[in-house]
Design a protein around this ligand. Sequence first.
Ligand SMILES: Nc1ncnc2c1ncn2[C@@H]1O[C@H](COP(=O)(O)OP(=O)(O)OP(=O)(O)O)[C@@H](O)[C@H]1O
Ligand SMILES: CC(=O)N[C@H]1[C@@H]2OC[C@@H](O2)[C@@H](O)[C@@H]1O[C@H](C)C(=O)O
Length: 361
Amino acid sequence: MTIRLAIGLMSGTSMDGIDAALVETDGEGHVAPRAFMFFPYEADFRPRLRAAMARALEMHAPARDPLIDAVEQESTGLHAMAVHRLLAATHTRRDEVAVIGYHGQTIAHRPDRRWTWQIGDGATLKAATRIPVAYDFRSADVAAGGEGAPLAPGYHRARSEALGRPLGVLNLGGVGNLTWFAADGRWGSFDTGPGNALIDDWVRTHTGRSFDEDGRVAASGITHDNVLLTLTDNPWFDAPPPKSLDRNAWDIGACRGLSPGDGAATLTAFTAETVRLALTHVPAIGRLLVTGGGRLNPVLMAELVRRCGVPCDPVEAVGWNGDALEAEAFAWLAVRVLDGKPLSWPETTGVPQPMPGGRLA
Ligand SMILES: Nc1ncnc2c1ncn2[C@@H]1O[C@H](COP(=O)(O)OP(=O)(O)OP(=O)(O)O)[C@@H](O)[C@H]1O
Ligand SMILES: CC(=O)N[C@H]1[C@@H]2OC[C@@H](O2)[C@@H](O)[C@@H]1O[C@H](C)C(=O)O
């Protein structure tokens, strides 16, 4: 097994910025995270990104578009800067890094139409950093009939091997996704529903802040069970996995007319309820380790425990870094791209066979 140094870059569906992780790994069970940095997007970049997303969702299939092209070039430049700053902060020479795993920014995800669209120009990032770049991680899976997401589960499996089973790893980013490991060795993954996306959208619309810091807005309100029922009364939750979601699959319309606090409380309860519904599709998992920004929201965590009826701990409880985990996953996946190994499995995305993927610049 070749052990390499890799950088993972994840700019997730929360659109808050770029997560950058430096990891030493063989793309299997050897994983030594070395460093993590977060580069928040400037406030004026986020509306441009949202506009690119809105444009992409109107399209029948990915196509060149001046607005999207401009946002892509800007985003690629920001990722190049993130790499340079990570290298400088960790005193790492670029020739020590075997590969960058460049996820890119998902602007639309339509596996039903057999496409998924992450903007980010791998060739430009390679030219700017002079490090090989693995990118376009999801297309091969979707083209083969998989969901194209989630892709971090292989990394969750590699990291959790020593932790025992059963176990669930829940990522609460913009969208939520669950990786489950049963006591008998079975495993699987799928998207659970909105993570923080609706809470963020509501709080931005009603308070102007970009997210509900420490769940304070939600804590000031009460959950409207009738609205919660409307939100959960959706056949998507009954559908068995595999399944995945576009960030904008749901919107905050059902909460129209509620006070800021009540809307935030109801949407926070909704996110937790979607996880309870997700658990009805999998064997008993015993414990949930929670990663992603949602683990920092105490109202959401309390709702999770109450509704799911299992202990829910931030991944820090087992020594992982919940801000870095998904970026680390793309470093690990990039090393697997170099080695031509599968990135997804029938259990994780529903792809017919274990599926290599990604492109190399
Ligand atoms: N202190 C906090 N209190 C409440 N919510 C928080 C806090 N910190 C972060 N968050 C939430 O976490 C979100 C960011 O989560 P994360 O960084 O995991 O998203 P992401 O990288 O876009 O994820 P993904 O790609 O998995 O969708 C923020 O938009 C916010 O909603
Ligand atoms: C299409 C896309 O970008 N999906 C993301 C999104 O954010 C969370 C959830 O939806 C997950 O399916 C995926 O990201 C994680 C990191 C993954 O692929 O594992």
